[in-house]
Design a protein around this ligand. Structure first.
Ligand code: ARG
Length: 327
């Protein structure tokens, strides 16, 4: 069993090792909450709420990781804060399509969503050998930012909002051969995660056609670059709104420069910086950032590190209502 100090240092090195994170300049500032004493789903849910309150810090976001017992505890939510996605009869989704499965699971556990585009899902927590239990997040643990634009007044009418804290809760953390299956961690957002991907992706909120229309762009030909121009305004709106709301956020130019600083510091310390180019290079204006022009390599087998784990609801043995048709 790790001491508290070994666990905390292990978490920091795990972050430093993780090839897909651009924010690693800050690895030494990670605060680690040792909750290996959690015994019930309520204990886990309560610690997640405390994590969010401490990490949110009124908008001055702190990097936090909470470690639960390495006994197969699972938080089913991919992040502590996620918006519901309600499947409609015509196949479309109201809300975030990414979370449509989890939304149905929460509903089968008895959750009644309001059917909106930005309804915060309850936590779904599984203790080893037990059925998952559901916990609503108190609203004071969920800071959100309403999205407006510095010079396009109609932007606020789109009704967009996003949560301040990205807290990944479905990855496993491996340290010295011990796998912590529930170890949520958060940093602060890079604006383009929201502005380019969450709002822009066709499989997410798919806002580019709406924004381009409101901008009066010619959407009949891709050569008008309507997607690119709408994308810029979306990203401008996200960065502006977070700044005005006093919520910590970083733009992709600063994030990429900080990553290069991190690489340089690591080199001085005699270490390489494993990195996954496709994840380190931002999804817009890639060639304007320094990381685009550099080569990176992942170094498989590093430890400690964070790893993906299969979605628990895809395993019939653990999910009382897993789809028997699903592979
Ligand atoms: N890309 C994810 C999202 O948009 C968050 C991933 C973690 N990001 C971070 N800045 N720590 O919700």
């Amino acid at each position: 069993m790790h001491t508290v100090e070994d666990l905390a240092e292990g978490c920091r090195v795990g972050w430093r090792n993780h090839a897909r994170c651009i924010g690693r300049l800050h690895w030494q500032s990670l605060r680690v909450m040792d909750r290996r004493d959690a015994r019930t789903a309520e204990d886990v849910a309560q610690a997640c709420v405390e994590h969010l309150r401490y990490g949110t810090n009124g908008g001055n976001i702190r990097n936090v990781m909470t470690v639960f017992p390495p006994t197969g505890v699972r938080i089913w939510n991919p992040q502590l804060i996620r918006y519901a996605g309600y499947r409609q009869p015509d196949g479309s989704v109201v809300g975030d399509p990414l979370n449509a499965d989890l939304t149905e699971i929460a509903q089968r556990l008895g959750w009644r969503g309001r059917g909106g585009r930005f309804d915060v899902l309850p936590l779904v927590i599984e203790m080893p050998g037990k059925a998952p239990e559901m916990f609503e997040l108190p609203s004071d643990a969920v800071l959100e930012v309403e999205i407006s634009h510095p010079d396009l007044p109609w932007f606020a009418e789109l009704g967009l909002r996003w949560h301040a804290v990205p807290a990944i809760s479905n990855m496993a953390f491996e340290l010295d051969g011990i796998t912590y299956t529930a170890a949520p961690f958060n940093g602060w957002y890079v604006g383009c995660e929201i502005g380019a991907r969450n709002f822009g992706d066709v499989g997410r909120y798919d806002m580019l056609p709406t924004v381009a229309e409101r901008m009066g762009l010619d959407t009949r030909t891709s050569a008008s670059l309507w997607k690119d121009r709408a994308l810029i305004e979306l990203n401008q709106a996200v960065l502006h709104s977070f700044r005005v709301a006093g919520v910590r956020v970083v733009d992709h130019h600063v994030a990429a420069r900080q990553f290069v600083t991190h690489e340089e510091r690591e080199q001085v310390a005699g270490r390489s910086t494993p990195a996954d180019w496709a994840w380190i290079v931002p999804p817009l204006s890639a060639s304007t950032t320094p990381t685009f022009h550099r080569g990176y390599s992942v170094e498989p087998g590093l430890s400690p590190d964070f790893h993906y784990q299969p979605d628990p609801w895809k395993s019939a043995a653990r999910c009382p209502f897993a789809d028997p048709q699903a592979a």
